[in-house]
Design a protein around this ligand. Structure first.
Ligand SMILES: [Zn+2]
Length: 152
């Protein structure tokens, strides 16, 4: 990666991805906080899974603790990404170039995004401990479908 053109292009792409990621998460956060009585609402894909799986009342109760932990983790990571975006903005405005500090800020945001993705997948597998074999099979199918079609 010695070519300055390639580096500049990569920077723009990463920045765009970061902004889009930040926007998406921002919207999600806003939606959640606009519905204080529906604070347990998981993210769209996760919610979709819950609906499609026809979770019984007993399963819902068994999932309460698991869902709570996932929600807390997600909130924490969302805040971390917001802070990362601010750090990146500071680094860009202060350095005015693709500096090591800008690179570090981008790396840090992407590491947090990776953590978010891991925690969602982890959560889905944790949910499986409460589901029936049929529900598990259906969920596995939905996860792979979603990934193949890259639907958020
Ligand atoms: Zn869940």
């Amino acid at each position: 990666m010695k070519k300055p053109y390639a580096q500049a292009l990569l920077f723009v792409l990463l920045l765009a991805a970061t902004i889009v990621g930040g926007l998406y998460i921002g919207q999600q956060y806003l939606r959640d906080s606009q519905q204080p009585h529906d604070h347990d609402k998981p993210t769209a894909l996760h919610q979709y899974f819950h609906e499609q799986l026809h979770i019984t009342e007993a399963q819902g109760k068994a999932l309460t603790e698991i869902e709570h932990r996932y929600r807390e983790k997600r909130k924490y990571l969302e805040e971390k990404i917001k802070l990362g975006n601010m750090e990146l903005a500071n680094a860009i405005s202060q350095d005015g170039k693709y500096s090591p500090r800008v690179q570090a800020a981008i790396d840090s945001i992407h590491a947090t995004m990776g953590e978010m993705q891991k925690s969602t997948i982890e959560h889905l597998f944790e949910m499986q401990t409460v589901l029936t074999p049929e529900q598990n099979q259906k969920m596995n199918q939905m996860i792979t479908d979603a990934l193949y079609h890259s639907q958020p």
